[in-house]
Design a binder for this molecule. Structure first.
Ligand SMILES: C[S@@+](CC[C@H](N)C(=O)[O-])C[C@H]1O[C@@H](n2cnc3c(N)ncnc32)[C@H](O)[C@@H]1O
Length: 239
């Protein structure tokens, strides 16, 4: 029987799945229904996976799904915060999808000791991919690939990192690379152009609202920052 969600993932999760190397020992953190590890186990991409969840409702759903799929030999569903569910050296690949960028970086930061055995991180922030790129950059994880896609009217970015030379993917304009993504900037695919054109429009709207606000240092600073970002992105996506 073909099961929606574990035989066929959403485009977003499918893109995350494509970056998981064959034979990986995986931890999927914030796993909700454990769709991603179930899919990867059924495709025999992973031979061992942990589905980590901090909230009991999604933890129970993940457990149910794994039992239903008869995958309890391959997937262990564990209740806990972030990387706390992983024992040292247990996994070599981590996926974290469907959360904000700052929550993802705080999970990685708090779980630093568990990253020693990890070779690849696959991260899909719903917002603020910049905070992930900055964290990777500061912690010497090299961004090795990125992907962008539109699904159900939303645009998603996926970041793939390995231990290495954090500076390598960035050219001379690091600010633009951190904000936009060096691989995405190079490729300039349709969802990328759409995302940043919409962002520029949004910044322009905020700017014109600030034009009507009474002028003080804070307003001035916000306006300068908006102008700087508009120019940076306009220039970068045109190149
Ligand atoms: C929006 S869902 C995304 C589920 C799935 N990863 C996906 O992309 O479809 C985010 C999940 O992350 C879980 N979560 C949030 N913070 C977490 C943390 N610190 N540790 C583990 N799970 C967390 C939430 O309970 C929720 O089930």
């Amino acid at each position: 029987m073909l099961r929606l969600n574990t035989d066929k993932l959403s485009d977003r999760l499918n893109t995350v799945a494509k970056f998981v190397p064959k034979g990986a020992r995986l931890a999927d953190i914030g796993s909700d229904h454990a769709y991603l590890p179930c899919y990867l186990a059924k495709k025999e991409v992973v031979s061992f996976a942990i589905a980590g969840e901090v909230v009991t409702g999604p933890f129970e759903s993940a457990k149910k799904q794994v039992v239903l799929e008869r995958l309890t030999e391959v997937i262990q569903v564990r209740l806990g915060d972030g990387l706390d569910v992983i024992k040292p050296k247990e996994v070599d690949c981590i996926t974290i999808a469907g959360m904000g960028g700052t929550l993802i970086t705080s999970i990685l930061d708090r779980g630093r000791s568990k990253l020693e055995s990890v070779q690849r991180l696959i991260l899909q922030p719903n917002i603020s991919a910049i905070s992930i790129r900055k964290w990777l950059f500061e912690n010497n994880w090299e961004l090795v690939n990125e992907s962008i896609l539109e699904e159900d009217g939303k645009i998603y970015e996926i970041l793939v990192a390995e231990k290495g030379n954090a500076r390598k993917p960035y050219k001379e304009n690091i600010d633009a690379g951190l904000l936009l993504g060096p691989f995405l900037l190079e490729r300039k695919e349709a969802p990328f152009i759409k995302k940043w054109s919409m962002e520029i429009e949004n910044w322009r709207k905020i700017f014109s609202e600030l034009e009507n606000a009474s002028e003080n240092d804070e307003v001035l600073h916000k306006k300068q920052d908006l102008l700087r970002k508009i120019e940076l992105v306009k220039g970068a996506i045109k190149e």
